[in-house]
Design a protein around this ligand. Structure first.
Ligand code: ZN
Length: 146
């Protein structure tokens, strides 16, 4: 499967059947909202971290197929990872969408498909929105010392 086919397949699969969709709104989850004015994407994420491990990620929002599918893939890839592993994956994701090779391609899982975004620089903000939101959520939880 070439990159463009993989890219389109991952976007459509995760847009139609989003993973970990819907917020819990309970005290054990930390919530972050971000938006992308250039496209009108609205992103809500929640994260549950215990003992430095990401136990759960929830995502909800509305917007284009790239931003919504990317949130689904992000949640699936990060659940079960340690905070340190997740931060490395997030940085690798920011790299691949702008044309930088990842430090650990295997850890990115399905997210590697978003390498296809590098051909469409205007959509980079769509692809990274959920990842920016979860990065902020992780930082806020770690700063709070919970
Ligand atoms: Zn968008």
């Amino acid at each position: 499967m070439d990159l463009n086919t993989l890219y389109r397949t991952v976007i459509m699969d995760n847009y139609k059947n989003p993973k970990n969709k819907g917020l819990k709104k309970t005290d054990d989850y930390h919530f972050v909202h971000l938006n992308n004015p250039s496209c009108g994407d609205e992103m809500n994420v929640e994260i549950k971290i215990e003992d430095g491990i990401i136990k759960d990620v929830r995502q909800d929002g509305h917007g284009c197929s790239i931003s919504m599918s990317s949130a689904s893939v992000m949640s699936d890839v990060l659940i079960g990872k340690t905070v340190d592993e997740a931060k490395k994956i997030i940085l690798d994701f920011y790299g691949i969408v702008t044309g930088i090779d990842p430090s650990d391609e295997e850890a990115l899982g399905e997210a590697i498909a978003y390498m296809g975004v590098r051909q469409f620089p205007a959509r980079v903000k769509c692809a990274t929105l959920a990842w920016k939101a979860i990065e902020r959520a992780i930082d806020e939880v770690m700063e709070s010392g919970k």
